[in-house]
Design a protein around this ligand. Structure first.
Ligand code: C5P
Length: 219
């Protein structure tokens, strides 16, 4: 397959990770979860006891993070050095701390450079995050903003976390992270040339079909 880059952005709970992974699997593409990179860098900061109030210390730690991740949609694995952090990076202590990395300019530029390298190496790839359509890969052949209503996003996050949290706590977490994240990247409005895919009223399969259809139309 020739070179084809698909860029997908969206807020947390829009379902973009599972939608993009399923689309990549169906099309035989690679899949890059850039959020996992921010999470892994945050895991390393916590592991090494970096002071999150010290911006340059955070930037140094992110630069030092021995991060590697697989872009195979069937075997999503994330490592920091020898540690398999695939599951650990999903813990809420990470979600709560990740904005310290996401809003750190120097840390972002380190991670963005690495993301571009991985995209270039991949050839046919679906890359997903908050700033892929605008900053990381603005020249991607397919650019999509995956949105969903606040209600739909909360319901999906709740299902993902297994109902172990009160609706109120969940709402606070999702909305607070949106607010913090929007300081780092604008993913609430589609930039010029970016198609909006609103999944509020769509099933998971319908959302995947829609994304796959857009990709097939440029192949
Ligand atoms: O997508 P996910 O929720 O795993 O992303 C974790 C965090 O990483 C986000 O809340 C955001 O702060 C950050 N992020 C980012 N830019 C990206 C992807 C993720 O700032 N491209």
């Amino acid at each position: 397959h020739g070179r084809l880059v698909v860029a997908v952005d969206g807020p947390s709970g829009s379902g973009k990770s599972s939608v993009c992974r399923a689309a990549a699997r169906r099309l035989g593409a690679e899949y890059l979860d850039t959020g996992a990179m921010y999470r892994a860098a945050t895991w390393y900061c916590l592991e090494t006891g970096v002071d999150f109030d010290d911006e340059s210390a955070v930037a140094v730690a992110v630069e030092e993070t021995p991060l590697s991740l697989s872009t195979d949609p069937d075997h999503q694995k994330v490592w920091v050095g020898e540690s398999d952090v695939t599951h650990a990076i999903r813990e809420s202590r990470i979600s709560e701390a990740v904005s310290a990395v996401a809003t750190n300019r120097q840390a972002r530029s380190v991670l963005i450079a690495e993301q571009r390298r991985l995209i270039d190496a991949a050839g046919f790839v679906i890359a997903e995050g908050r700033d892929i359509t605008t900053v990381v890969a603005p020249d991607a052949q397919v650019r999509v903003l995956l949105t969903a209503s606040a209600e739909a996003r909360l319901a999906r996050r709740g299902a993902e976390l297994g109902g172990g949290q009160s609706a109120e706590a969940l709402q606070r977490q999702v909305i607070e992270r949106d607010v913090r994240d929007s300081a780092a990247a604008n993913f609430t409005e589609a930039a010029d040339g970016v198609a909006v895919l609103d999944s509020s009223e769509l099933s998971f399969e319908e959302t995947v079909d829609s994304l796959v259809g857009r990709i097939e139309s440029v192949q």
